[in-house]
Design a protein around this ligand. Structure first.
Ligand code: CA
Length: 222
C-alpha cells in the first residue's frame, strides 16, 4: 500500500520541493502550513510518516510532536534550520525519530524516510540476535553472554531497546550514572568505545553503535 507522508512546513517552496521528491519516490503526500491544522488532521486520519518543521507559526514542532505522541507513535522526522538545535531537541525528548538540518538535499530526506519506514516500530528482540536479561543484568547474543560492566549493561540494554533512536551524550550519561554529577561526556565516549570492541567480537562486520555527528549515538540492529 502506498505510504502517506504529511509535510508540516510553512515555507511553501521548501514544502513543495519535499513533496515533489517524496512523490517521485512513490509516496503520497499532504502539506500543512501550520501546526494546529496539522495536529487536528492527524487526530482524524493518521499518516504513515510526518516530516515536521521545528519553527512553525502558532504551535511549533516540539509542541506538536509532544501532543502527537499522546495518541500516535507515527514516525516523525524533525527539520530544523540550526544544527545546534538538534542537541536541544534530543534533550527535550520530543519523541521524534530523526532530525534533519536545513539546508538538506531532498535525496537525503527521501533516503532517511525510506530507512525509517523500513524499521520495525516495535523491535522484535525475541528471536533476534539479542536477549536482554534485566534481572541477571546480562545481554546475550545468540545465547552467549557479552561480558559487560554494570554501566555498559545499562547503556547497551537501553540502546538495544530503542533501535534507530538517537541518544545524546547527556542522555546516555543520565542513564549510565544517574547519581554521579562528576562524570563528563567523554566518559560516555569511552564506555561506547569499549562496547563497540565487545560487540565487534560477535559482529565483526557491523557498526552497530553509530556516531551521530555533533549529537550522540544510535544503535542499529544487525
Ligand atoms: Ca519554518
Amino acid at each position: 500500500m502506498t505510504k502517506r507522508i504529511a509535510i508540516v512546513e510553512d515555507e511553501p517552496e521548501l514544502a513543495e520541493l519535499m513533496r515533489d521528491y517524496l512523490q517521485q519516490a512513490g509516496y503520497r503526500t499532504r502539506i500543512f502550513d501550520n501546526g494546529a491544522t496539522a495536529l487536528a488532521a492527524f487526530r482524524q486520519d493518521r499518516p504513515d510518516f510526518i516530516v515536521l518543521d521545528l519553527m512553525l507559526p502558532g504551535m511549533d514542532g516540539v509542541m506538536l510532536c509532544r501532543e502527537l505522541r499522546a495518541f500516535s507513535d507515527v514516525p516523525v522526522m524533525m527539520v530544523t534550520a540550526r544544527v545546534e538545535e538538534v542537541d536541544r531537541l534530543i534533550g527535550l525528548e520530543t519523541g521524534a525519530d530523526d532530525y534533519l538540518c536545513k539546508p538538506f538535499s531532498p535525496r537525503e530526506l527521501v533516503a532517511r524516510v525510506k530507512a525509517i519506514l523500513r524499521r520495525p516500530r516495535q523491535p522484535e528482540l525475541e528471536g533476534a540476535e539479542f536477549r536482554i536479561d534485566k534481572q541477571g543484568r546480562r545481554v546475550e547474543v545468540r545465547g552467549l553472554a557479552i561480558d559487560l560492566t554494570p554501566t555498559e549493561f545499562l547503556l547497551l540494554s537501553t540502546l538495544i531497546e530503542h533501535p534507530g533512536q538517537i541518544f545524546s551524550r547527556a542522555k546516555l550519561l543520565d542513564i549510565a550514572c544517574p547519581d554521579d554529577l562528576d562524570v563528563t561526556d567523554r566518559a560516555v565516549d569511552s564506555h561506547i568505545k569499549n562496547l563497540r570492541k565487545k560487540l565487534a567480537e560477535f559482529f565483526p562486520e557491523a557498526d552497530l553503535i553509530q556516531s551521530v555527528y555533533g549529537v550522540g549515538y544510535r544503535f542499529e540492529l544487525p
